[in-house]
Design a protein around this ligand. Structure first.
Ligand code: NQM
Length: 361
């Protein structure tokens, strides 16, 4: 099934419909999405990392979850499939897909689905309207970066147990640049745009076409990746890099996020959760740039196509300099685009088998 989840789009599969072995599964997904090819002309992918995504969903053996969700980033122009990051945008489609495929019984009114995110082991709760046994996609929730409106999918992440500061510091000097390395669901490096000689208000395309900036960002990413305990990140999609500038439209901060080479047209959900938590770290690089609200957990993260409102709090224990995230919550929307059969090779007559559980509704 192809769904838009938040500001991304991806192919959602039942785990049981894919080969068990990772190598065979990834080869099949590359063919299904049309990679490697900058245009993905021979597959479902949309020629951008934000539209070359896969969600693999199954019932969960974890008593704390209803379904397991494995996110796979399919490279556009390389023969690579990565499970090293999570995706909070495709997460918005997981609950509706689980109902569509009969993995979760819908309630009358709203349905909540407990999701175990296999990539990180973290839990999320997604709540969305359902009526008469069906998912309701129509609604009046609007999110920046998506035209029109749709039914809200409220996503909550419980209090985090992992430390927010993977390097142990709120600020590090990396490749000569002050940064804040933070992980509230997505390993992210925060950098004041001004420290890289840009404003942070440029169009994503203009930033992507600046070779000097690309070089600096790569240098920072490789060194920050090691400091964050991620090892050699030369071919990884994490950490992300977010440039920060003062807000322009009454929000908390303006952002430009590299994922990690292309510049995001908006911002990822977990990316925004990490930015929000990072801005609250005492001594972090965001403090001088952001306009943090005096009260409350809600922050408005401005990005190239609007803003993303997120509730994210940070808790310092008594005498504790290792803060953790309090509950994080965000509103997204999702849309079922089509449900059908994908042929992994153009010459194949045998499609990926029809859904084995439930069946399309
Ligand atoms: O941060 C893009 C997206 C994402 C990730 C990326 C995401 C998240 O916007 O939760 O959703 O950072 O590669 O889909």
């Amino acid at each position: 099934m192809l769904l838009r989840g938040g500001t991304s789009k991806g192919a959602y599969f039942l785990a049981g419909d894919l080969p068990e072995g990772a190598a065979e599964r990834d080869a099949l997904l590359l063919r299904a999405m049309g990679s490697p090819d900058p245009r993905q002309i021979d597959g479902l992918g949309g020629a951008h990392p934000l539209t070359s995504k896969v969600a693999v969903v199954s019932g969960s053996a974890d008593p704390a979850a209803d379904v397991d969700y494995l996110f796979l980033q399919v490279s556009v122009d390389k023969a690579e499939v990565s499970d090293r990051q999570n995706c909070g945008n495709l997460l918005a489609g997981v609950g509706p897909f689980a109902v569509e495929r009969g993995l979760v019984e819908p309630a009358d009114g709203v349905t909540s689905v407990r999701i175990r995110m296999v990539n990180s082991g973290d839990l999320a709760l997604a709540t969305f309207p359902t009526e008469g046994g069906r998912v309701v996609y129509e609604g009046d929730a609007e999110i920046s970066g998506v035209p029109g409106s749709a039914a809200p999918v409220v996503i909550e992440f419980p209090r985090g147990s992992a430390p927010l500061m993977p390097t142990g510091h709120a600020r590090d000097l990396v490749a000569g640049t002050p940064v804040t390395c933070v992980d509230n669901g997505m390993p992210t490096v925060l950098i004041a745009a001004s420290s890289l000689g840009v404003t942070g208000y440029e169009a994503p395309k203009d930033l992507e076409e600046d070779p000097a900036l690309a070089g600096r960002l790569r240098e920072i990413r490789l060194e920050a990746g090691r400091l964050m305990g991620l090892g050699d990140v030369a071919n990884a999609t994490v950490p992300k890099l977010t440039l920060l500038a003062p807000p322009r439209d009454g929000g908390t901060v303006m952002t430009r996020t590299f994922i990690p080479v292309r510049c995001h047209t908006s911002i990822g959900v977990l990316g925004a959760a990490s930015v929000a938590a990072g801005l609250r770290l005492e001594g972090g690089v965001g403090h001088a740039v952001a306009h943090l609200p005096e009260r409350g957990d809600r922050l408005r993260i401005e990005h190239p196509t609007g803003f993303l409102d997120i509730e994210a709090g940070v808790e310092y224990g008594p005498g504790d300099d290792m803060p953790v995230a309090r509950r994080t919550a965000v509103v997204r929307t999702a849309r079922k685009i089509f449900d059908g059969t994908v042929f992994p090779r153009s010459a194949d007559t045998a499609p990926i088998p029809a859904p084995s559980q439930g069946g399309p509704r």
